[in-house]
Design a protein around this ligand. Sequence first.
Ligand code: SF4
Length: 209
Amino acid sequence: MRSPATTRAILKTLRAQYPDADTELNYATPFELLVATILSAQSTDAGVNRVTPSLFKRYPDAASLAKAKAADLEPLIHATGFFRSKARSLMGMAQALVERHGGKVPKSMEALVELPGVGRKTANVVLGHALGVPGLPVDRHVLRVSNRLGVAASDDPVAVEQRLTKVLPPEDWTKTSDTLILHGRRICKPNPVCEMCSVRDECEFYRKR
Ligand code: SF4
């Protein structure tokens, strides 16, 4: 695995390739981003963005979503897949927000992961983008790209999160995750387009190819 200094240098160069890196989910409030991120499991961000305008109009906050009926909610999110379990998660999450947090999205990892349907990745997305708390979400793109570059060496998302957050300053966490996700979607795909990669000369995967 690369040294902390080399890891920081590689990721700095890669961030420069994606100066506008950000989540591609549309949202206006922490609640909306939490809902959109739960819906994004096994779905594309574009697919989620297609259903959320009518969803947020009908259920603009935790109080309204907590009172939703599955029969009303499920058709609105059907297109994102796994709509029954997602509906259960959304209603349970909203009820927990109302009961435990006054309807507000809490600003801590510990409280977020106690909500139905919310794991570390979802919590980090919301913390880092909507709540001003550093978070480094690790999805399959972050896993693939970071292992190929040698800046992490594990298939375990928590281990990769720990490695990257240990060597990077907190202010770089969320942007680095957004960068690795975009790089994984556009260039460092399962079949990568290495000719377009700004960190090719540093990449262990590329050298071995
Ligand atoms: S050189 Fe290729 S494999 Fe390595 S990070 Fe870049 S795109 Fe991915």
